[in-house]
Design a protein around this ligand. Structure first.
Ligand code: SF4
Length: 224
């Protein structure tokens, strides 16, 4: 039985990619060695054994902390019901969720009528059922030294790439050449930090390449 280390567990609207606008339950898992300098969830990087807390304290968090709770797949389903969440879509994020074998969790959620999605850097082998939607946001040449895996790119249902400048577009093109995606995979460019030059570049590149724009809707409407 797999136990999952959970840093956050909350319900909101998915603001990015294909599922934008979908009421979703987010499960943020603890642990990530990828080392992106601009990471906005650095509190999830380390797994400190003495920071384990009961799941009730995870639900009660009002600020981001590196504390986590351990739950099995069935306990995750139980707690979704206990919380009274209404969403039927579950987004598993991190940290780096692909460090975990997610098959048990996703199978349990599917058995209870939920759809599932993971958001991963693509640097770990992805272990999910076939019907889980896989979002790969490829983290290229980050400090942790992990490479984006060809198998992750091939498994992706969508690629979501944050960009601020032309070199970010070029690094994605290079990656797509060496680690191609499967037919039908959606490619999204996401302007970093809602900056106007980044947004303009993303729009122009999407028009040119017939890619899609992801604009972090949750940040525009002021929700988590
Ligand atoms: S992969 Fe995600 S969680 Fe890990 S360092 Fe990069 S942005 Fe942060």
């Amino acid at each position: 039985m797999t136990n999952y280390k959970i840093n956050e567990f909350f319900e909101t609207i998915q603001g990015e990619g294909q599922y934008t606008g979908t009421a979703s339950i987010f499960i943020r898992l603890q642990g990530c060695p990828v080392g992106c300098s601009w990471c906005d969830t650095k509190h999830t990087w380390e797994v400190e054994n003495d920071l384990q807390i009961p799941i009730q304290q995870v639900f009660a968090k009002t600020v981001e902390t590196p504390q986590w709770a351990s739950l099995s797949a069935n306990e995750i389903v139980e707690h979704i019901k206990l919380q009274g969440y209404r969403s039927k879509h579950v987004v598993i994020t991190g940290g780096e969720p692909a460090m975990y074998n997610l098959i048990e969790m996703c199978d349990a959620l599917h058995a209870h009528g939920f759809s599932t999605q993971i958001e991963t850097s693509g640097t770990f082998e992805i272990k999910v059922p076939a019907k889980t939607w896989v979002t790969v946001s490829p983290k290229i040449n980050m400090a942790g030294g992990y490479k984006v895996l060809a198998s992750s790119m091939a498994r992706a249902n969508e690629i979501k790439h944050p960009i601020a400048r032309q070199s970010h577009v070029e690094e994605l093109e290079e990656l797509l050449n060496t680690a191609p995606v499967s037919e039908g995979t959606l490619i999204y460019l996401q302007p970093i930090s809602q900056k106007i030059p980044a947004t303009k570049l993303a729009i122009e590149t999407c028009m040119e390449k017939n890619w899609r724009l992801s604009i972090q809707v949750h940040k525009y409407i002021g929700i988590a």
